[in-house]
Design a protein. Structure first.
Length: 192
């Protein structure tokens, strides 16, 4: 979650298939955030097709135009990858210390991900661990390194500094939770 994750503010940049969307928020301390700028710049047709950047220069120009319209000088951005670019898997693991947990995640990834692990950027978030130390659950997220490199390259070519690269669905979920603070979901009953 990038809200509050850094003391320096970030500009959110969504690289969509038809437009670049930018949001600039000003932190207000305990009061939350104030919307400073919200910009959408259309991309020429065919710039991004089926999740693939086909015209890097058109995407970079749209990012730069978005910042000009927003009149922000902040160079630090948070962006994300579409769900189609990532593999997300919920895994259950036996009781483990931190080192064993990392190895267990790696083993689960090698078993579940249909790519050579040297070509993949892997991350995970522990959801919870059993109070008795008998195991826990984690969310495993993997994407090809080239997808991360592409986002970094686009930001760099637009003279921006990518600080956070999230996953679209997680970013949306984080924004919802931050704004509405929903009650935790209860476990669904087992029908077996």
């Amino acid at each position: 979650m990038w809200f509050g994750a850094s003391t320096s503010s970030l500009v959110g940049v969504d690289i969509g298939s038809s437009a670049i969307k930018l949001v600039d928020l000003k932190p207000l301390g305990e009061k939350g955030y104030e919307l400073v700028s919200l910009v959408s710049q259309p991309l020429p047709r065919g710039s991004i097709m089926e999740g693939e950047v086909r015209s890097e220069s058109e995407v970079v120009e749209a990012i730069q135009r978005s910042f000009q319209v927003a009149e922000t000088r902040n160079l630090r951005i948070a962006t994300s990858l579409p769900g189609s670019s990532v593999i997300i898997k919920r895994v259950t693991l036996p009781a483990q210390d931190e080192r064993e947990l990392t190895e267990g995640i790696r083993w689960e990834a090698e078993y579940s991900i249909p790519f050579d692990m040297s070509d993949v950027h892997l991350d995970y978030q522990v959801l919870h661990q059993d109070a008795k130390g008998k195991g826990g659950e984690a969310i495993l997220v993997a994407t090809k390194r080239e997808k991360i490199a592409e986002r970094i390259r686009l930001a760099s070519l637009a003279n921006r500094i990518p600080v956070v690269i999230d996953v679209d669905c997680f970013a949306l979920s984080n924004v919802y939770e931050y704004n509405y603070q929903p009650a935790p979901l209860r476990a669904l009953p087992s029908w077996t």
